[in-house]
Design a protein around this ligand. Structure first.
Ligand code: NAD
Ligand code: UD1
Length: 336
């Protein structure tokens, strides 16, 4: 079975490519490298000991994408390509809507033209907006609090409409909580551009000496230690969930949605401490005001995925920190 991976040079897409190859799938990667490096593809090929067909293509480029579908038979698509920086999306909404929404429309049209109607989509827990309570189930009301989130929400709506209009489509909406971790080889991992916005890459860069200290955003949340609580999920568990979703889609047409999380939350201070343990260092931090827009707690009820996909996260916090540290310490400047 051949899977087209859009955004396959990126953090999650490269791990998905590797896991698929390890399980004997064929993959074809499409990425415009706007937020990634071709070296990630080379390393996936090295780890899998198989060549990885790669096309440097923007998914909005219909002719180029059509050409990709002509070069190899494709059975299904895992769609990771998208811009994902929340703050940037507030300043550049049109760029986000064009890249994420227009890109997905072109992808769906080209898929349809080639008779490919199976799609696994990277959604996000951001589609729950500011959730009224935790844990979050898939039935919670959906909303968006920034243009990035709105792009994900709109793509979900579009896919629901498409499946209603053309019931032969098979679509899985996978709502990720906080992906972290790296392949245990330490050869591929998350390599954010500039100063990281997300907690774990920030801590990792402090640990490796690229940044002086972590700012803990908010110490007065109604949580066990006053700092924000999130559901950090190992990227390898996450991509395994995509493969289970593909199997589910093979059983019949329709649209399904799943939370991909661990079902438990850790606070910012717990993350700093766990990372320090993994790296064998004390991570320097300072207490800082809340970051606007942050919820106190966000963690999943992942029982639907367990029930219907037979999937649950098996890697814990210490695995996650150890694997991020191996990646970061072996590649202090990422792929550069
Ligand atoms: P990433 O930036 O590392 O990967 C995305 C990849 O898509 C990059 O390689 C980028 O170059 C490529 N890309 C972007 N626009 C493209 C376009 N128009 N054409 C072709 N390629 C394009 O991000 P990631 O963390 O791997 O995230 C993958 C997906 O998962 C994204 O859609 C993101 O919104 C979603 N997601 C990520 C997280 C997270 O915390 N990382 C959480 C929830 C959802
Ligand atoms: C953020 C995005 C979310 C996106 C996700 C993955 C926001 C509001 N939400 O989620 O849409 O899907 O990233 O890309 O941006 N923290 C610190 N210090 C830091 C960084 C973070 O204390 O330097 C805290 C935050 O306040 C939060 C926790 O760490 O409590 C996790 O933050 P982060 O990694 O940015 O993820 P989210 O905010 O959950």
């Amino acid at each position: 079975m051949a899977i087209l991976i859009t955004g396959g040079a990126g953090y999650i897409g490269s791990h998905a490519a590797l896991e698929l190859l390890r399980r004997g799938f064929d993959v074809v990667v499409v990425d415009n490298l706007s937020n990634s490096h071709e070296a990630a593809i080379d390393r996936v090929a090295e780890l899998a000991a198989r060549p990885v067909p790669f096309h440097r293509v923007d998914i909005r480029d219909r002719a180029a994408l059509d050409q990709v579908f002509r070069t190899a038979p494709i059975d299904a698509v895992m769609h990771f390509a998208g811009l994902k920086a929340v703050g940037e999306s507030v300043g550049q909404p049109l760029r986000y809507y064009d890249n994420n929404i227009s890109g997905t429309i072109v992808l769906l049209e080209v898929m349809k033209q080639h008779g490919v109607r199976t799609l696994v989509f990277s959604s996000s827990a951001t589609v729950y907006g500011d959730p009224a309570s935790v844990p979050i189930t898939e039935d919670f009301p959906l909303s968006a609090v920034n243009p990035y989130g709105r792009s994900k929400l709109f793509i979900e709506e579009m896919l629901r409409d498409l499946c209603r209009a053309e019931p032969e489509w098979r679509v899985a909406l996978l709502r990720y909580f906080n992906p972290s971790g790296a392949d245990p080889s330490g050869r591929i991992g998350e390599d954010p551009n500039g100063i990281p916005n997300n907690l774990v890459p920030f801590i990792a860069q402090v640990a490796v000496g690229r940044l002086p200290e972590v700012a803990v955003f908010g110490t007065d949340y109604p949580t066990r230690d006053g700092t924000g609580v999130r559901d950090y999920i190992h990227v390898v568990d996450l991509v395994v969930g995509h493969i289970n979703a593909l199997e589910k889609l093979a059983a019949g047409p329709g649209l399904v949605s799943y939370n991909l999380g661990t079902g438990r939350g850790y606070s910012v201070l717990e993350m700093i401490e766990a990372f320090g343990r993994a790296a064998g260092k004390t991570i320097k931090y300072r207490l800082a005001p809340r970051r606007p827009g942050d919820a106190a707690e966000c963690w999943s009820d992942a029982s639907r995925a367990e029930r219907e996909l037979g999937w649950r996260a098996t890697r814990g916090l210490d695995d996650m920190c150890r694997d991020v540290w191996r990646w970061q310490s072996n590649n202090p400047n990422g792929y550069a």
